[in-house]
Write a protein that binds this ligand. Structure first.
Ligand SMILES: *Cc1c(COP(=O)(O)O)cnc(C)c1O
Length: 429
């Protein structure tokens, strides 16, 4: 795949059709996640174009919706899973090659995953601790094994990698050769793995280069590997003026840093596949000036909306920036704080950000909500989780003057949860 199939490097919130999104909100209600499968396809195509010789997997935790899993699988990617639940969902969605990255795996996770392996699933287990390796051995696993390495870039190096190299993840770099050698006796040792979790950014590839170089050196030292997996973390531009990642530059830097190794390069991005394929729609229900003298047009206002930190957690949890667009009207700008209905001060999507003065009933779109959006939704405050629709505009080519587009192909991917749904696990008392 190449050229047009790969689409532009980024889809901004401004590129979405306000008319289409408004129709979807009217039909399905808010808060509503909208996921465009065409954009997922384009993102997959761009990755495969940039890394033609690599083994590219999708870190499914970014968005595990069935339609997304199937779309990414059809594009030719494998699946990287972080739990037994994800392994089961990936296998059910048709993935034939599934990697299970076991971080402090609960016993039940190992049992479920190894049951699938005994049933014939083509699995690779990535272990990040000597203990995990022995627990796999105890359970009779003798299949494909990779060792997760903590790249261990210490003080004085790049803070990003140091953070990503938290001791929780992976075996210490210097211990990896010994663990790998020991594991070869009982397992089919196929690879080494590292994921910095740091966000590979356009302006700073040094941290990524360093991680990859360390993995290349380790691969040469231990020899006889099928793959060297350097993880995910491909950044996406959350701010309107952030530049999109230059994938070719990342690919060149990766190949160069890896050096000459007799093993395949593997990558496993999550966010990159789905972030700009999703928006969150939410409606304004309350508007009030920040101080009592609200007559001045520059006084900041708080706009209360029906989505909150239980719908999209990233702003509250990571202080993450998400673009916000008023789909209802162009109005003079003033500083606006967009706040959810949850009784927590951190339940804010932005603080005093200049945007058109919202009014009650306005529809807002929150951009780049496709990754770690629905996945991190919760029922805190007994708030039911939102609905999600998936669309594929390319399936409904527009005739001149026709509406069409996203709306015609939209289908409900996840129903809106109900209050009864929130309490269903309590049973009858
Ligand atoms: C979360 C995760 C990824 C994907 O990270 P992104 O930032 O979404 O690309 C890849 N590999 C592992 C092991 C992960 O835990």
């Amino acid at each position: 795949m190449s050229g047009e199939a790969a689409g532009p490097a980024v889809r901004r919130l401004a590129d979405w059709s306000a008319a289409d999104l408004t129709d979807l909100a009217d039909e399905y209600g808010t808060p509503l996640y909208v996921t465009d499968l065409d954009r997922v396809r384009e993102n997959a195509a761009r990755l495969l174009d940039a890394f033609p010789d690599a083994d590219v997997s999708y870190a499914v935790k970014a968005h595990t919706g069935r339609a997304v899993l199937e779309t990414v699988h059809d594009a030719g990617l494998g699946a990287e899973c972080a739990s037994a639940g994800e392994v089961v969902r990936a296998l059910d969605a048709g993935y034939d090659e599934v990697q299970y990255t076991a971080v402090n795996p609960p016993a039940e996770d190992l049992d479920i995953v190894l049951d699938r392996w005994r049933d014939g699933a083509d699995l690779t287990v990535v272990a990040g601790a000597r203990d995990t390796v022995s627990r796999l051995r105890d359970r009779g696993y003798d299949g494909r094994l990779a060792i997760r390495v903590n790249p261990g870039v210490g003080a004085g190096h790049h803070e990003k990698v140091t953070t990503g190299g938290h001791a929780k993840f992976g075996v210490p770099y210097d211990r990896a050769p010994e663990l790998l050698a020991g594991a070869r006796v009982d397992f089919d040792v196929v690879g080494i793995h590292a994921h910095a979790g740091s966000g590979i950014s356009g302006d700073d590839l040094d941290a990524h280069r360093e991680l990859v170089a360390r993995m290349g050196a380790l691969a040469r030292e231990v020899g006889d590997l099928e793959f060297v997996d350097v993880g995910g973390g491909f950044g996406v531009p959350y701010r309107e003026d952030d530049q999109p990642l230059d994938l070719d530059a990342v690919a060149d830097a990766t190949r160069e840093a890896l050096g000459d190794v007799d093993a395949e390069l593997a990558i496993e991005p999550g966010r990159y596949l789905v972030a700009d394929a999703g928006v969150l729609l939410t409606r304004v229900n309350t508007v009030k000036p920040v101080d009592s003298d609200g007559s001045d047009g520059t006084v900041p206002v708080v706009a209360g909306v029906d989505a909150g930190m239980t719908t999209l957690l990233r702003p509250a949890m990571y202080d993450a920036y998400h673009a916000i667009r008023n789909l209802t009207a162009e109005r003079p700008e003033r500083p606006v704080t967009v706040a959810g209905p949850v009784c927590e001060t951190s339940d804010l999507f932005c603080e005093e950000r200049p945007m058109p003065t919202p009014r009650r009933g306005d529809l807002l779109a929150i951009g780049n909500a496709g990754a770690y959006g629905y996945e991190m939704a919760s029922t805190y405050n007994s708030r039911p989780r939102p609905a999600e629709v998936v669309c594929e505009a390319s399936e409904a080519p527009r005739e001149a003057g026709e509406a069409g587009g996203l709306v015609e192909t939209a289908s409900l991917a996840r129903e809106r949860e109900t209050i009864a749904g929130v309490t269903r696990l309590e049973g009858d008392r």
